[in-house]
Ligand binder design. Structure first.
Ligand code: FE2
Length: 427
């Protein structure tokens, strides 16, 4: 007897009338038209069954703090960092945990079941680290959290010398933070930025950890720390374990230099996370017109064989006042900014919020195949492109075969003579 049998589902690869059989939290069979005894049978009615959404780049220590202690007037990245510096001394562990757990509720409702979050380690109390480690434990039954030790103010820029923030960062890793972060473009000089990349990659290599750096989140085409990151990845044998996040300066680099850079990144098996909602609003703020978009070169990176994900980055915090844990909204923006409008490219955008970030986090048992965890989302859409177009309603969210969230089908009632009484916004 199966625990759960989903029938008549469409899968992201286009297969229709598919059944997915679940026992003991695992997928035990995936076959067309399969019927078998089960405790519960769910008729998907031809809708899309997707593996859960994954966010490879978020800041859970700052989320839902919008307006505290004031709003970002200029809308720039630098004012956001300054504002976060004003907020940090006012944070309490309890309030931070409350906001983070509330965000996890939103995430589950939107079928987002794995999140890599950066956590600021520049506060010597490491209060945010303690809080998010506790949240990670608390939400483990329904969300997989991965933490990155992120020196927001620059790992070499401590007011008490270059060792101050590095000491905090290594203490955070000792406490159980999973991944080594960095922010080379925010160090005092280009040389310090390059040193920070080297030192942080060495820490990761010594400890057998992954690296995920905020790298070149700048409009300066000469911000080329990604080159150093690719170099250190190879030098230290970290291939496949290093992620460059943001990489917005690549938008402004000249094409000749990028033609050399892309193969270096592919050779180092680097992963990339673009954060379209945030960087389309933060970048190009010093431009008049023409105004740069600032998102990194997503289709070109994908064509070069680099694994690229879209991240949410921020929701209602010093950098971004909007957002709702909706990864389809993130991919929808990414698709527009990157002009990825072919059918194939739109499907790549769907991959960039599902399978691609799952590779970055190294999630075991992710996917809709036999032997994978029974984690999936039933969307009110017939294929990945329609899911993106509609930012589709999440009808059911399952983890390990257990229902975590559901919503009523979305439809509007029309009151127009001679027209149908309802519309689902589908042709
Ligand atoms: Fe970020």
């Amino acid at each position: 007897m199966l625990d759960l049998l989903v029938v008549n589902a469409t899968l992201p690869d286009g297969r229709q009338n598919m059944s997915v059989a679940v026992r003991d939290g695992k997928i035990v069979e995936v076959a067309e038209g399969l019927h078998a005894p089960a405790q519960e049978v769910l008729d998907a009615q031809g809708q899309l069954l997707s593996p859960p959404f994954v966010d490879a780049h978020f800041h859970m220590d700052a989320t839902l703090s919008y307006g505290l202690p004031r709003v970002n007037q200029s809308g720039t990245l630098l004012e956001g960092i300054a504002l976060w510096g004003e907020l940090k001394p006012l944070l309490t562990q309890e309030a931070l945990m409350d906001r983070a757990v509330t965000y996890c509720d939103w995430a589950v409702a939107k079928g987002l079941l794995a999140i890599r979050t950066h956590v600021d380690v520049c506060d010597p109390r490491l209060m945010a680290v303690e809080a998010l480690l506790e949240v990670k434990k608390q939400v483990a039954p329904y969300i997989e959290l991965q933490l990155v030790a992120f020196p927001q103010d620059g790992v070499l820029r401590g007011s008490q010398g270059p060792q101050q923030h590095m000491d905090n960062l290594t203490r955070a890793l000792d406490m159980g933070v999973d991944v080594v972060g960095g922010i080379p473009h925010f160090e005092r000089t280009m040389a310090d930025g390059a040193s920070s990349v080297r030192l942080l990659c060495e820490v990761a290599a010594e400890r057998g950890l992954q690296v995920d750096m905020h790298c070149d989140e700048s409009d300066d085409p000469m911000s080329r720390h990604v080159e150093t990151l690719a170099f250190e990845t190879r030098r230290l044998g970290l291939q496949g374990r290093v992620t460059g996040s943001h990489l917005t300066s690549m938008h402004s680099m000249d094409n000749y230099y990028v033609s050399k850079l892309l193969p270096l990144m592919a050779e180092a098996q680097m992963h990339v996370v673009a954060n379209p909602l945030i960087n389309i609003t933060l970048q190009g703020r010093h431009d008049t017109y023409p105004k740069r978009r600032g998102m990194t070169r997503v289709p070109e990176l994908m064509a070069a064989g680099v694994n690229v994900a879209f991240g949410h980055d921020c929701v209602m915090d010093p950098w971004y006042s909007l957002g709702s844990a909706d990864m389809l909204e993130v991919a929808h923006m990414g698709l527009h900014v990157a002009q990825m409008t072919s059918q194939a490219a739109m499907r790549q955008c769907f991959d960039a919020i599902t399978v691609n970030p799952a590779r970055i986090l190294g999630l075991p048992g992710y996917g809709l195949a036999v032997g994978c965890n029974a984690d999936f989302v039933l969307l009110q859409a017939r294929d990945p492109v329609e899911a993106l177009r509609l930012r589709a309603n999440r009808l059911k969210v399952f983890r390990r075969g257990r229902l975590l969230a559901w919503s009523e089908p979305a439809q509007s009632t029309l009151c127009i003579a001679g027209r149908p009484g309802k519309t689902l916004l589908q042709p």
